[in-house]
Design a protein around this ligand. Structure first.
Ligand code: DWN
Ligand code: ZN
Length: 407
């Protein structure tokens, strides 16, 4: 038993992924002996609807001066964040006098650069110094701190209240959601808006995309769970907008209660979540069985290809791949290397199972028989540029929504 992180009710974990390393903790050989592991179990709270990790490593172990994820490496994500920024400016900034936007977890400035270019007052809050430095180098105002109620009070004193507080792929990383929600409510103007988007529970359940679960993702949200959590802090859900990013995400828009009209999208999504059974323990039991079947199928396929002497290379050393590799018991003999375009990951080894990560050029120069698509959420962008691999007889292995070789 443990206490729900959101509402404090006693809940029982329903699934144990076993010992897991830090998902973005790509490491050197000499660091193998010291590698940190935690027990990754997940629980669903039938009181507030929160799907959550039972244990999460300390934030400093995950987000630090060597954080290995740079948002701007994906062209499609650059386009996505421009559209997100346009949505905020067009729908909420029109007619406002000198609006001020604060982004939490602003990474390398991929979203805020759009506000900067449009001449709006902006501030990024990004705890990982190395990615924040990339933003600062482009003139995007960024501070490197963890956001909480105390920081919100300091920001109000220094910059005034915000017209919009925005984030993407950040809220689901923050365990003390109550403190952060209180801080966001404090930072907002009485008619301000708060919005965030994160991987969506409904998609994860429907696609058995269990690789969304790793140390950094302490929650996988639904409209039901976020409206409960933020409702405790005087905020109400005024709109929801599904996104294709990260394999199926949801953008939630909140505002101080009574300050904005509520879109009919909200009631429709809450109803859809009930119809999907997101409020029922049985749904999560079935999800666990689906994950186990997916694990058996992927391991079986890689084992067979290994015995047949085929070369398999991983495509994209994602955080998500750490869950897949460790949960499925995949070993270096199954996967020759993982190709990735991020310089800080190259020359290192994947967390836990220690498969080498190599520059993309090695994939191009010596294409394998099979590419295991760990970055499946970027499939459209990747298939666009890998036509030659497929044309030359290369095959793709995917595991979402089911394990299969794409012909
Ligand atoms: O929530 C999070 C999301 C936003 O980003 C974080 N917790 C960490 C991270 O998760 P991820 O590592 O699973 O994200 P991606 O975007 O799926 O990672 C893609 C990886 O693949 C990057 O390392 C870059 C690489 N890549 C590549 O080598 N070639 C990506 C593309 C599109 C490519 O063509
Ligand atoms: Zn709860």
């Amino acid at each position: 038993m443990f206490n729900c992180r959101v509402c404090n009710h006693q809940i029982e974990p329903f699934m144990d992924f076993g010992p897991m390393p830090i998902a973005n903790g790509f490491l050197k050989k000499e660091e193998f002996a010291e590698e940190y592991f935690f027990r990754m179990e997940v629980a669903f709270c039938d009181h507030c609807g929160a799907f959550q990790l039972v244990e999460q490593p300390d934030a400093q172990r995950m987000f630090h001066e060597n954080y290995a994820f740079f948002s701007s490496l994906s062209k499609h994500m650059q386009i996505h964040f421009k559209a997100y920024a346009d949505f905020v400016m067009e729908r909420f900034f029109a007619g406002r006098k000198d609006p001020f936007v604060v982004e939490l977890g602003s990474n390398d400035g991929i979203m805020l650069r759009n506000f900067k270019e449009a001449g709006y007052r902006h501030l990024g809050v990004e705890p990982s110094e190395n990615v924040a430095d990339v933003a600062r180098a482009q003139g995007i105002q960024t501070i490197s701190e963890f956001f909480n109620l105390e920081l919100a009070e300091r920001l109000v004193a220094e910059y005034g209240h915000a017209d919009a507080v925005i984030c993407a792929n950040v809220m689901c990383h923050i365990p003390d959601i109550n403190n952060v929600a209180a801080g966001m409510a404090k930072l907002l103007k009485p008619d301000g808006v708060l919005m965030f988007e994160d991987p969506y529970l409904g998609d994860m359940i429907a696609k058995t995309s269990y690789d969304q679960i790793y140390d950094e993702h302490v929650y996988i949200f639904s409209a039901t769970s976020v409206s409960w959590a933020f409702g405790q802090h005087g905020l109400e859900l005024i709109d929801v907008l599904p996104q294709v990013t990260h394999g199926g995400s949801m953008r939630y828009v909140f505002a101080p209660k009574g300050s904005h009209a509520i879109s009919p999208n909200v009631a429709a999504l809450l109803e859809k979540e009930r119809a999907q059974g997101l409020h029922k323990a049985e749904t999560y039991e079935q999800f666990r069985r689906n994950c186990e079947a997916s694990r058996t199928a992927l391991f079986g396929l890689l084992e067979r290809l290994h015995q047949e002497g085929k070369r398999v290379v991983g495509y994209g050393a994602t955080s998500k791949s750490t869950t897949v590799l460790n949960y499925c018991g995949i070993r270096p003999e199954h996967i020759e290397f993982i190709s990735d375009t991020t310089p800080i990951k190259q020359g290192k080894y994947s967390p836990g199972v220690h498969i080498p990560v190599r520059p993309y050029e090695e994939f191009k120069q010596n294409p394998p028989d099979y590419a295991l698509l760990f970055a499946w959420n970027h499939a459209v962008e990747i298939f666009e540029k890998e036509g030659a691999f497929t044309a030359d007889g290369g095959k793709w292995i995917t595991f979402v929504p089911e394990v299969r070789v794409l012909e």
